[in-house]
Design a protein around this ligand. Structure first.
Ligand SMILES: Cc1ncc(C[n+]2csc(CCOP(=O)(O)OP(=O)(O)O)c2C)c(N)n1
Ligand SMILES: [Mg+2]
Length: 543
């Protein structure tokens, strides 16, 4: 068999459904082998878009998302998605081509050491030097990408290796049960929890990766312990639940820190230090139980006293079997904080002024999106407003990146979310800066005939940095830009463009777009004057 055919067979055996990417000369044998495969090639307009799509596929399915590029310039374009998948714990395989490695007449043209370039931003990076090794390397790449903590892996397939003849058999996917936490760790956690006065539950990103919602729900229903979430932990538990206090969107001076500071024990399920810290630990302050698949990376702001390591769902199940609700637990203050947070963050959410206030925009999106609808956020200051004010109803329905926090992933991640969930409503939410970083993928979305809404928030600036600049007392400088006419821009791709000119049109336009076929870009001018009010104020906690 031709090695590139074997390569494709190995991917099929792993369950690969899509390859996102842009082939180059060096991938042509692989491309030809894909002609007869069940795997769908999703051609993109930039490798970065392909990488973000593959990573999001991995994030949503737990199965490795695959992307493809040529050598040199194609591979360098995958660097940001690699970091995105690696920091965000999304299983992703990057396949890059290379010139022939045995004999080549092209000198160093386009050649950089892609395997080494990928080393610091992947869990595994390898050049295939013989067709016979393809099955084991692909199996290994998948194993490593998907194993907790998931991340990015890279395989380089040189042109001459792709053309070799080989008859090596494939390796079957092995089924590995994740290890579970040890009895004594569970007993210690239960004891600590029962002794605490004001325990508080934190739900982090790893809880969204595996099915932990049911066990977490049982835990809070059994104990009555209130909970909050990190940005990437949103939706694991329905945020309409009466025990939900809020989201820790800011590292410093978040409203939620009032509750955290009063707590004596945080039960942290699934947060790790890659996300912007939801709180800062201090010596002698509240204690933390770390419940996760792997042990805590110790950090000056994170040094848990007790760790329960193993499958999260099982750890919670074991705790649920043993824990007894305690008379001395006191959650009264947390309830006050919850009410107070709602008052603060919802202030302005019924204000119909135009340009729109972010808190009013969040209300409109939440009202119109179905419970299982997915919003995919790019990076800008609106992300904080959505984290704080948008109540997630189901797991993995708020896709935002609080790990690499890169701009440019909003639209590609929405495309992948729609491919994975064709029956669900999907909306990309982007700033005018982030949208323009990968706006060319509008063509991909239109070509794939996706039904998608792309909301573009226009402030003609890199607003997030402007807010920081002002907060630092610096003069306004160097962050304003002009925009294309987004309506004409969308239309030139064969998408539909809608410009909102009155805030109370928002709901109606969303309703129309959600019911219609095709790609709909909705532009709305946004008023960020409230950023300072919400985000830069002193934190004065309720009594
Ligand atoms: C690729 C990348 N470049 C730069 C940054 C730094 N950065 C974070 S937010 C931001 C501005 C975002 O502007 P925009 O997308 O218009 O959103 P806004 O805050 O204006 O709503 C910048 C430059 C980043 N996170 N990622
Ligand atoms: Mg902007």
């Amino acid at each position: 068999m031709k090695a590139s055919d074997l390569f494709v067979k190995a991917l099929e055996a792993e369950g690969c459904e899509f390859i996102f990417g842009i082939p180059g000369e060096e991938n042509l044998d692989l491309l030809d082998s894909l002609r007869h495969s069940t795997i769908k090639l999703v051609l993109t307009r930039h490798e970065q878009g392909a990488g973000f799509m593959a990573a999001t596929y991995g994030r949503l399915t737990g199965k490795t998302g695959v992307c493809l590029s040529t050598l040199g310039p194609g591979a360098t374009n995958l660097v940001t998605p690699a970091a995105y998948a690696q920091l965000g714990a999304m299983p992703m395989l990057m396949i890059t081509g290379q010139k022939p490695i045995k004999t080549s007449k092209q000198g160093k043209f386009q050649i950089i050491d892609v395997v080494e370039m990928m080393r610091p931003i992947t869990k595994f990076t390898h050049q295939i030097v013989s067709g016979g090794n393809i099955p084991s390397h692909i199996r290994e790449a998948y194993r490593v990408a998907e194993e907790e903590r998931p991340g990015a892996v890279h395989v380089e397939l040189p042109e001459d290796i792709a053309q070799e003849d080989t008859d090596t058999p494939l390796f079957p996917r092995d089924r590995i049960r994740r290890p579970i936490a040890e009895n004594k760790a569970i007993d210690q956690a239960v004891e600590k929890l029962e002794q605490a006065r004001r325990p508080l539950l934190l739900v982090g990103a790893a809880s969204n990766r595996k099915r932990t919602s049911r066990m977490l729900m049982e835990f809070i229903e059994r104990t009555g312990i209130p909970f909050f979430s990190t940005q990437m932990g949103k939706g694991v538990l329905d945020e309409r639940h009466e025990l939900f206090i809020g989201n820790a969107a800011l590292s410093d001076n978040d409203y939620l820190h009032c509750a955290v500071e009063r707590s004596d024990l945080i039960i942290n399920v699934g947060h790790d230090v890659v996300e912007k810290p939801p709180f800062f630990m201090k010596h002698g302050g509240f204690q933390v139980i770390h419940i996760n698949f792997s042990s805590a990376v110790v950090d000056p702001v994170y040094f848990p006293e007790l760790e329960v390591i193993g499958d999260i769902g099982n750890s919670l199940w074991q705790i649920n079997q043993k824990i007894q609700p305690q008379q001395h637990w006191d959650f009264a203050y947390f309830e006050r904080v919850k009410t107070w947070i709602q008052e603060q963050t919802l202030d302005g959410s019924d204000d119909d002024r135009f340009p729109v206030l972010p808190q009013r925009l969040v209300v409109a999106v939440r009202k119109m999106m179905p419970d299982d609808g997915i919003i995919c956020l790019d990076n800008g200051v609106y992300k904080i407003w959505f984290a704080l004010n948008y109540k997630a109803h189901e797991p993995n329905t708020v896709l935002l990146d609080n790990a690499l926090a890169t701009m440019g992933a909003g639209l590609p991640s929405a495309i992948a979310a729609k491919l994975v969930n064709p029956q669900k409503k999907v909306m990309a939410i982007c700033g005018d800066g982030g949208f323009m970083m990968n706006s060319q993928e509008l063509e991909t979305a239109v070509r794939l005939r996706l039904d998608l809404i792309v909301l573009v928030l226009r402030d003609d600036a890199y607003g997030m940095i402007k807010w920081k600049q002002a907060d630092m007392g610096l003069a306004n400088h160097g962050l304003d830009f002009d925009n294309p006419d987004f309506i004409k821009y969308a239309e030139s791709y064969g998408a539909y463009g809608h410009r909102i000119t009155k805030t109370d049109d928002l709901e109606l336009v969303f309703q129309e777009c959600l019911a219609a076929r095709g790609v709909h870009l909705v532009e709305i001018a946004v008023d960020y004057t409230d950023n300072a009010k919400l985000l830069d104020r002193e934190l004065v906690c309720p009594l």
